[in-house]
Design a protein around this ligand. Structure first.
Ligand SMILES: *[C@@H]1O[C@H](CO)[C@@H](O)[C@H](O)[C@H]1NC(C)=O
Ligand SMILES: *[C@@H]1O[C@H](CO)[C@@H](O)[C@H](O)[C@H]1NC(C)=O
Ligand SMILES: *[C@@H]1O[C@H](CO)[C@@H](O)[C@H](O)[C@H]1NC(C)=O
Length: 256
């Protein structure tokens, strides 16, 4: 009897171990909601910011960015990342406004929790991965950048930073955007190392993240984050079902 009990406990431990080793999937879904990532300029926690600047103002009621960050997000070679949008001549304003909006979403949104991952980078501990961007937001970004130029398809890596801001590395020629980004997905997914993936869902569906929204109707991304957080913790719980179902049985058996 004692030996059997030991075996059963061992089995139980073996079962528990792998489940316990994945805190992310078993994380309560509320831990993924209303949070700021641990990166360079983000606030620790989201809170109201009355004075968010211009294109970042939709996040006023609850934001991970400070007023200062929202102002910097609109500048060329800002103190945020010293990034030069005009690395192949002036980027057209119609194109640049999408990059500003992308910066506002990244810096200000408290609704990216379900896609936050550890980052192996010196300048930030966490990053976002595969945020499902609404298809129209990506399509429009790509269309509006048709007339602008760049020299690379991944803008995270490979620049020449010797001058203090990014310059095209030797051998990377300037071409129209569509040369490096032949499709909307190539642009939205490759430019920031898969921070985004293009969703097949449309704006207003509640199933994709909107880069652009009218705050008069609230922030539509709250519902989206809730949906994916639930789906993710649901998957985690399903994985734990055998364990949860077997516990009472094991206890009964042990007591008998
Ligand atoms: C924001 O803060 C940084 C660092 O303190 C500073 O260099 C920059 O000038 C500030 N920007 C604005 C718009 O106040
Ligand atoms: C980087 O840019 C500087 C000019 O700012 C240039 O002198 C140097 O050759 C470049 N280096 C590489 C590796 O592209
Ligand atoms: C994406 O959505 C369109 C229209 O809603 C549909 O026709 C298409 O099959 C979908 N594609 C995928 C891969 O789900």
């Amino acid at each position: 009897m004692a030996r059997l009990v030991t075996t059963e406990l061992l089995l139980l431990l073996v079962w528990v171990a792998p489940v316990g080793a994945q805190p992310r999937t078993l994380r309560a879904r509320t831990d993924l909601l209303n949070i700021c990532m641990d990166a360079q300029h983000h606030k620790e926690k989201p809170s109201p910011e009355d004075k968010l600047h211009d294109q970042c103002s939709p996040w006023k009621s609850n934001a991970c960015c400070s007023t200062n960050t929202s102002q910097e997000a609109h500048k060329d070679i800002s103190y945020l990342y010293r990034f030069n949008w005009d690395h192949c001549g002036a980027m057209e304003p119609a194109c640049k406004r999408h990059f500003i909006q992308d910066t506002c979403l990244y810096e200000c949104s408290p609704n990216l929790g379900p896609w936050i991952q550890q980052a192996d980078q010196s300048w930030r501990k966490e990053r976002i991965l595969d945020v499902p961007l609404c298809r129209e937001d990506c399509q429009r970004w790509w269309e509006d950048c048709r007339g602008s130029f760049t020299c690379k398809s991944n803008w995270h890596k490979g620049w020449n930073w010797t001058s203090g801001h990014n310059q095209c590395p030797v051998g990377a020629a300037c071409h129209p955007f569509h040369f490096y980004f032949p499709t909307p997905a190539a642009l939205c997914e490759e430019i920031w190392s898969h921070s985004y993936k293009v969703s097949n869902y449309s704006r207003g569906s509640g199933r994709c993240i909107q880069m652009w929204f009218d705050p008069a109707q609230g922030n539509p991304n709250e519902e989206v984050a809730r949906f994916y957080a639930e789906a993710m913790s649901g998957a985690g719980l399903r994985g734990a079902w055998p364990l949860m179902c077997s516990l009472p049985l094991v206890l009964l058996w042990l007591l008998s």
